[in-house]
Design a protein around this ligand. Structure first.
Ligand SMILES: Nc1ncnc2c1ncn2[C@@H]1O[C@H](COP(=O)(O)OP(=O)(O)OP(=O)(O)O)[C@@H](O)[C@H]1O
Ligand SMILES: [Mg+2]
Length: 474
C-alpha cells in the first residue's frame, strides 16, 4: 500500500525520467555516432576543396613560403585574441588541431602544410577517405589528387580528436541533465502537490460536514480521477440516510403501534391488581398476556420490515429449495393450524424446486402467507401450499378457504398498516407489505386470485430461478 502518493509519484516519475534520458543519451551515442562521423568527414572534404580553390601548382615559391610562415604562426595569433575564459582557448586549440593538411607536388615534395600536420612521408593515397596509422595514432585522411594542377591535397584528422569531440558533446548533455534535475524534481513535487490538492480539499469538505448532513458531495469541480471515490462516498451517504430514515420510521411506527397495546396492558394490570377475585384476576392477566404477545408480534414485524432494504440487492444469495423451506414452515406453523383444526397440504413436483435467493427472507415470506391463510380461514378447513416448476421460474401459491380479499382492497393490502375493516382477527397490517418487499428483492411478481372451485384466496408468488439472469426472451 502506498503511504504517500506524492512521494511515490515524485520518486517514480523522477526515476522514469532519468532512465528515459539515459536511454536517450545512450541511443544517441550509438545512433548518432555514424551521423557524427559523416559530419566530420564532410568537414575534411570541405577543407580539401577549399584549399584546392586557393592553391595551385604554378604559385610562385616565394608566395608559398609566405603562406607557410603564416600557417606556422597561427598558434601565436590565437594567444593575441581576447577570450573571456581559458577553457575557450583550450577548446579552440583542440579544434584547430582537429583538422590538418598537407599539399604535395607531383614529384613528391611537401609544398605546404598546416602547423600541426603529421610528418607523414608522401603516400600514394588514392582519391577519397583512408584510415592511416602514424606514430601509433590513427588518422582519418581525405586525399585529393589533382591531375590538372598536379598537386595532391591530404586533409587529416586525429581519430582521438574526433572521439574527444564526440565525448565532449555527450558529457555536456549529461552535465546539462545533472544541473536541470533538481529543478525537475522540484517541478514534479510542486505539480504533483497541486494535483493532489483536490483530495485534501475534498477531505476538508467532508470533515466540515455536520454529522446529520448526508446529502451528496457536489461533483462538478471534482477531478475525473476522484469521481469514483466521491460517487462511492455519495452512494454510502445515500445508504446511510436510507438507514437513518428506516430507523426513524421504525421508531415512530413502533411508538404508534405499541401505544394501544401498552395502554391495554396498563389498564388490565391495574384491573388485575385491584381485583380480589382470582377468576377475575386471571381474566385480566390473560388480556395482559394477549397484549404482550400482540406487542411482541408488532415489534417483530416492524424489525423485519426495517431490515428489508427496498431496492437493495440480496446480500449473499444462495440456492434455496422452496419445497424444503415450505415444509419447514408448515411444520413450524402446525400448532396454529391444529388450534383451528386446519389441515395443511404441500403440493410440489418431484423436480428440483430451488431458486437463487435469500433463505431467511423467503422463510419470512412463507410464514406471513401461511400465517394469513391460517388466521383468516374458518376452522375445520384446508390450506394448501402449491409449488409449480416452469422453465425459468417457480410459482409458489398459498390457497385457503377463507373470506378472500375483495377487488377494491387487492392493491391496498400491500400498504403498511392496512387492514381490511371488519376483520375480527388481530394483526398489525404489515405482513403483506413485508411479503411484497421480499418479492421485489427477488425481482418476482405477486398475484391475488380467487380460486375457481371454492371461495377463499390464492396468493401466487412467481420467482425467477436465477434473478440475475431472467428469461432471455423477456
Ligand atoms: N388469506 C387472507 N384471507 C383474507 N384476508 C386476508 C388474507 N391475508 C390478508 N388478508 C387481509 O389483508 C390485510 C393485510 O394483511 P397483512 O398480512 O399485511 O396484515 P395482518 O395480517 O393484518 O398483520 P400482520 O401480518 O402484520 O400480523 C389483513 O388485515 C386482512 O384483512
Ligand atoms: Mg398477516
Amino acid at each position: 500500500m502506498i503511504r504517500s502518493i506524492r512521494t511515490f509519484l515524485l520518486f517514480n516519475l523522477f526515476l522514469s525520467v532519468t532512465l528515459v534520458s539515459l536511454l536517450t543519451i545512450i541511443g544517441n551515442l550509438f545512433l548518432e555516432h555514424r551521423n557524427f562521423q559523416t559530419h566530420l568527414d564532410s568537414q575534411l572534404t570541405l577543407a580539401a576543396y577549399t584549399i584546392r580553390a586557393f592553391i595551385s601548382s604554378d604559385m610562385p615559391a616565394q608566395q608559398v613560403k609566405k603562406i607557410q610562415k603564416r600557417m606556422n604562426h597561427i598558434p601565436e595569433y590565437m594567444h593575441t585574441l581576447n577570450f573571456k575564459y581559458d577553457e575557450e582557448i583550450d577548446d579552440l586549440n583542440l579544434l584547430l588541431k582537429s583538422i590538418q593538411f598537407q599539399i604535395w607536388s607531383h614529384d613528391g615534395k611537401l609544398i605546404l602544410h598546416s602547423f600541426a600536420a603529421p610528418q607523414l612521408e608522401s603516400q600514394d593515397m588514392s582519391n577519397g577517405f583512408h584510415n592511416i596509422v602514424f606514430q601509433e595514432h590513427t588518422w582519418r585522411a581525405f586525399a585529393l589528387n589533382l591531375t590538372d594542377s598536379q598537386i595532391k591535397i591530404v586533409v587529416f584528422q586525429r581519430d582521438h580528436l574526433r572521439a574527444e569531440l564526440e565525448r565532449q558533446i555527450t558529457e555536456d548533455s549529461i552535465a546539462i541533465m545533472m544541473v536541470t534535475y533538481p529543478f525537475l524534481a522540484l517541478l514534479i513535487w510542486i505539480i504533483v502537490g497541486r494535483g493532489l490538492a483536490s483530495i485534501t480539499s475534498t477531505a476538508e469538505a467532508i470533515k466540515r460536514r455536520a454529522p446529520n448532513k448526508l446529502n451528496n458531495i457536489e461533483t462538478q469541480d471534482t477531478p475525473q480521477e476522484l469521481l469514483p471515490l466521491i460517487e462511492a462516498l455519495n452512494a454510502l451517504f445515500n445508504r446511510l440516510s436510507e438507514a437513518f430514515a428506516r430507523e426513524k420510521r421504525f421508531a415512530s411506527n413502533a411508538a404508534h403501534e405499541l401505544r394501544t397495546p401498552l395502554a391495554v396492558l396498563s389498564t388490565q394490570t391495574q384491573v388485575a391488581m385491584e381485583s380480589k377475585d382470582v377468576t377475575h384476576m386471571r381474566a385480566a392477566l390473560k388480556k395482559v398476556l394477549k397484549s404482550i404477545n400482540r406487542s411482541t408480534h408488532v415489534v417483530q414485524q416492524l424489525l423485519t420490515l426495517s431490515r428489508l432494504v427496498p431496492d437493495d440487492s440480496i446480500n449473499e444469495p444462495s440456492r434455496v429449495n422452496l419445497k424444503t423451506i415450505a415444509s419447514e414452515m408448515i411444520i413450524e406453523l402446525l400448532p396454529l393450524a391444529d388450534k383451528k383444526n386446519i389441515s395443511i397440504a404441500l403440493v410440489a413436483p418431484d423436480s428440483d424446486t430451488s431458486i437463487l435467493g435469500n433463505k431467511t427472507a423467503l422463510l419470512i415470506l412463507l410464514r406471513n402467507l401461511i400465517d394469513n391463510a391460517l388466521r383468516y380461514s374458518p376452522e375445520n378447513t384446508e390450506v394448501s401450499v402449491k409449488i409449480e416448476n416452469f422453465e425459468y421460474q417457480i410459482a409458489l401459491s398459498v390457497i385457503d378457504n377463507g373470506p378472500g380479499i375483495s377487488e377494491e382492497f387487492r392493491q391496498r393490502v400491500f400498504e403498511r398498516f392496512f387492514r381490511v375493516l371488519g376483520t375480527q382477527t388481530e394483526g398489525s397490517g404489515l405482513g403483506l407489505n413485508i411479503v411484497k418487499q421480499i418479492v421485489d428483492l427477488h425481482k418476482g411478481s405477486i398475484e391475488l386470485i380467487t380460486p375457481k372451485t371454492h371461495s377463499g384466496l390464492e396468493i401466487k408468488i412467481t420467482l425467477w430461478k436465477d434473478f440475475n439472469q431472467p428469461d432471455p426472451l423477456i
